[in-house]
Design a protein around this ligand. Structure first.
Ligand code: RIB
Ligand code: CA
Length: 320
């Protein structure tokens, strides 16, 4: 069993990643922290509690709201992708009796802020925590700044972020999580913990297609949530990318912790553009064969898409 902290900007695919993590016996979710990215850290916290409530009465891991703004640059969010509520508009959905299909969750945030919850959790489980970041790295960076010695006791980092041999999804060269806080990403890379990046190179090679989601929607309660929460997100991908489906960036990142054989990776020395006008947030790695500067990360380069989708269907859409 792998003990994890999930640091997320609960948005649509973060919510699906959270469900995957919570429903996977290979993982024990020790804490969840939220960061501004897809939406504000506060709404991400609400969305995290709302998603957890789908799993029943609990008990649930502590959830703390983290950093509300990037280390240096201004806040950018992605309401055009994840909806104004961060969950694809599902907080507006009503059932036939007029009640909200997904009601506001009961208050339940941890009194600590995100970095303190991370530090306390690493203190409880030294050298045993896999910290999975599926949002901008502001919380992780702030936590390193607050207590570098404690953060040295994190076992490994798994980060959804970057684009190496593919275009960015936010600018021609930058992926959103890195673009939103490039200074935090560079600080985390410089800190030197064992780090695996899960970039668009692999996450954009897997699509959850609308016909399948619709077909499974009435099969299980979570499958209906998957349909509802991905509807607007899929509309966005249909408009922008031309296919009736959506990417599962964050569930793939969690899946790497569940089953490392699902993805291939290569050691690389990765740097982040933090000053460019045109290239801000670009992740640069020298992946040329034979060229291996001192590596500071592993970069995922391939995924077994069908095995991942089978895992996702089984664990999140309840098809087993
Ligand atoms: O670029 C995709 C990443 O940015 C995903 O983690 C998505 O949720 C957003 O945070
Ligand atoms: Ca995310």
């Amino acid at each position: 069993m792998k003990r994890i902290i999930l640091d997320c900007d609960t948005g649509v695919d973060d919510a699906l990643a959270l469900l995957l993590a919570m429903r996977s016996p290979e993982l024990s979710v020790a804490a969840i922290t939220t960061v501004s990215g897809n939406t504000t850290a506060a709404l991400a916290a609400r969305n995290t509690l709302l998603t957890l409530a789908l799993l029943g009465e609990g008990p649930f891991p502590p959830v703390a709201r983290g950093e509300t703004a990037p280390l240096e640059r201004g806040l950018v969010t992605a309401a055009h992708v994840h909806g104004g509520d961060g969950l694809g508009g599902i907080t507006k959905l009503r059932d036939a009796d007029g009640s909200r299909r997904y009601p506001e969750p009961a208050p339940g945030l941890d009194p600590r802020d995100g970095p303190d919850l991370i530090l306390d959790t690493v203190g409880r489980f030294p050298d045993a925590i896999t910290l999975i970041a599926t949002g901008p790295l502001t919380n992780v960076a702030r936590t390193i700044i607050r207590s570098p010695a404690r953060m040295r006791r994190v076992k490994e980092l798994i980060v959804m972020g970057g684009a190496f041999r593919v275009y960015g999804n936010t600018t021609p060269v930058a992926e959103f999580n890195i673009f939103a806080d490039p200074h935090a990403a560079q600080l985390v890379l410089d800190f030197g913990l064992p780090l695996t990046l899960v970039p668009l190179d692999v996450t954009e090679s897997v699509c959850l297609m609308r016909p399948e989601v619709e077909a499974l929607a009435e099969g299980a309660p979570l499958a209906r949530f998957v349909r509802d929460v991905t509807r607007e997100y899929t509309d966005y991908h249909a408009r922008r990318d031309g296919f009736p489906g959506c990417y599962l960036h964050d569930p793939i990142t969690v899946a790497l912790a569940i089953d490392p054989t699902l993805l291939e990776s290569a050691a690389a020395f990765v740097q982040v553009e933090t000053t460019g006008d045109v290239t801000l947030g670009q992740t640069v790695a020298d992946l040329r064969p034979g060229k291996r500067a001192r590596p500071n990360a592993r970069v995922c380069t391939a995924i077994d898409a069908e095995r991942f989708l089978a895992l996702f269907r089984e664990r999140v859409m309840g098809t087993e």
